[in-house]
Design a binder for this molecule. Structure first.
Ligand SMILES: *Cc1c(COP(=O)(O)O)cnc(C)c1O
Length: 339
C-alpha cells in the first residue's frame, strides 16, 4: 500500500461528539443506539464510540456487527434481516428492526436453539415508504403483535420509525403522535408493555429545540451526528465537531490551463476512492475549489490560493457522509488514528 491518500480519523473528536449526543439525549430520557455503518466495521473507531457510553451498538450490516462480537454491548441490526442470515443474526446480535411476521417466526426458532430471547422492534412506516408496516394498516399491525406475543424466544421491545427516506416525511409532533397512539392501542388491546419507542435518527436530534419530542420517544439511532456532527438535511450541529475526519492527498500536478475560457491554475491530487462526487470532499483551505473527482483524480482550482503550492503538498479535505463511507470502504486508503 502506498502512503497516500490518508484518511485521518480523530478519535478524540468522535468520542466528544458521542458524549455530547448522549448528554443531550439523556436530558430527554432518550437512550442512544450508536449507528456505526459509516465506519464500515472499523474496530478502533467503534471501540471509542462504545467507550463513550452508548447503550446499544447499531449497524445496517450483519458483517460489521460480527466484527464487533468481542465488544460486550447489546447489538442491533437496523435493517430488516434476510431469511438467509437469521442463524447468524441470532448468534451475533441481540435485537433487530423487523416488519415481517414470517421472519420473526424463523428468528424465534433460531433463538430457541440458541437458548436466547431475541428482541425485536417492529417498524411502523408513517408514510416515509421505508421499511415497516404502514401505519394505517392497523389490522396487519395487530395480527403481527398477536402472533409475536405467543413466541417464547422473542421479546417485542417496542416500535420504531424512520424519517427522511424517499417518502420525504420529516420528524414531527404529528407523526410521533401517530406512533404513540398505535403503541397505546397495542398495549391496551394485548395487555403488554412496549418499552421502546425508537424515534428516528440524527435527523430527530436536529429538531430537539424546534419541536416537542414526546416523552414516550426514548431511543434514537444516531450515526451521522456521531461521525460528522450533522443531522437533518446534513445540517451541522453547533455543539458537535464536523471535522472529525480528514482526507489527505498530495498534489501530483500543478498547471496553468484554460478552464471555461479563463486561465486558471489547476492542481490534481490522487483520489483512489471509487464513487466519490465533487461535493464529497471539501478542501479545508477555503481558497481551493473542487472542480471534479473521478476514481483516479481530484481536480482543484488553486488559482485563488495565496499560498504557493508545490508538487507533493498535502491537500486536506473534510468529508461528506458519502465521502466518509466511500473512503472507509476503499482499498487503497491509509487510515491514521488520532487519539
Ligand atoms: C443509518 C440509519 C440510522 C442513522 O441515521 P443517521 O442519519 O446517520 O443518524 C438510523 N436508522 C436506520 C434504520 C438507519 O439505516
Amino acid at each position: 500500500m502506498s502512503s497516500y491518500p490518508i484518511l485521518k480519523l480523530n478519535l478524540k473528536k468522535i468520542r466528544r461528539n458521542t458524549k455530547k449526543i448522549i448528554q443531550k439525549c439523556k436530558e430527554k430520557n432518550i437512550q442512544v443506539a450508536a449507528v456505526t455503518k459509516v465506519f464500515a466495521g472499523d474496530i478502533k473507531v467503534v471501540k471509542n464510540i462504545i467507550n463513550s457510553g452508548v447503550n446499544i451498538l447499531a449497524d445496517s450490516k450483519l458483517l460489521n456487527l460480527k466484527k464487533f462480537a468481542n465488544f460486550e454491548i447489546p447489538k442491533m441490526l437496523i435493517r430488516i434481516p434476510m431469511q438467509s442470515e437469521l442463524n447468524e443474526l441470532v448468534k451475533y446480535t441481540d435485537m433487530s428492526l423487523v416488519s415481517e411476521i414470517e421472519t420473526v417466526l424463523d428468528i424465534n426458532r433460531y433463538a430457541n436453539w440458541e437458548n436466547k430471547v431475541y428482541e425485536i422492534i417492529l417498524m411502523i412506516d408513517v408514510g416515509d415508504l421505508r421499511e415497516g408496516i404502514y401505519y394505517e394498516n392497523i389490522e396487519e399491525i395487530e395480527d403481527f403483535v398477536s402472533k409475536v406475543i405467543k413466541l417464547n424466544n422473542i421479546k417485542l421491545k417496542g416500535l420504531g420509525v424512520n424519517f427522511s427516506c424517499f417518502g420525504g416525511v420529516r420528524p414531527s409532533e404529528e407523526k410521533f403522535k401517530t406512533l404513540i397512539n398505535i403503541k397505546k392501542y397495542l398495549e391496551k388491546k394485548f395487555n403488554i408493555q412496549l418499552d421502546v419507542l425508537s424515534g428516528g435518527s440524527s435527523g430527530t436530534l436536529s429538531l430537539f429545540d424546534k419541536i416537542k419530542i414526546p416523552d414516550e420517544v426514548n431511543q434514537l439511532r444516531c450515526g451521522a451526528s456521531i461521525a460528522l456532527g450533522i443531522g437533518l438535511d446534513d445540517m451541522p450541529f453547533g455543539y458537535l465537531y464536523q471535522d472529525t475526519c480528514e482526507f489527505i492527498s498530495p498534489l501530483v500536478e500543478i498547471k496553468e490551463k484554460h478552464f471555461n475560457g479563463i486561465k486558471r491554475k489547476i492542481g490534481i491530487c490522487i483520489s483512489e476512492v471509487p464513487k466519490l462526487s465533487k461535493v464529497d470532499l471539501i478542501p479545508s483551505n477555503k481558497d481551493l475549489t473542487v472542480l471534479d473527482i473521478d476514481d483516479n483524480y481530484i481536480y482543484l482550482d488553486i488559482t485563488k490560493s495565496n499560498r504557493k503550492n508545490f508538487l507533493g503538498d498535502e491537500i486536506i479535505f473534510h468529508l461528506s457522509y458519502a465521502g466518509l463511507l466511500f473512503s472507509m470502504t476503499a482499498d487503497n486508503i491509509k487510515k491514521i488514528y488520532i487519539n
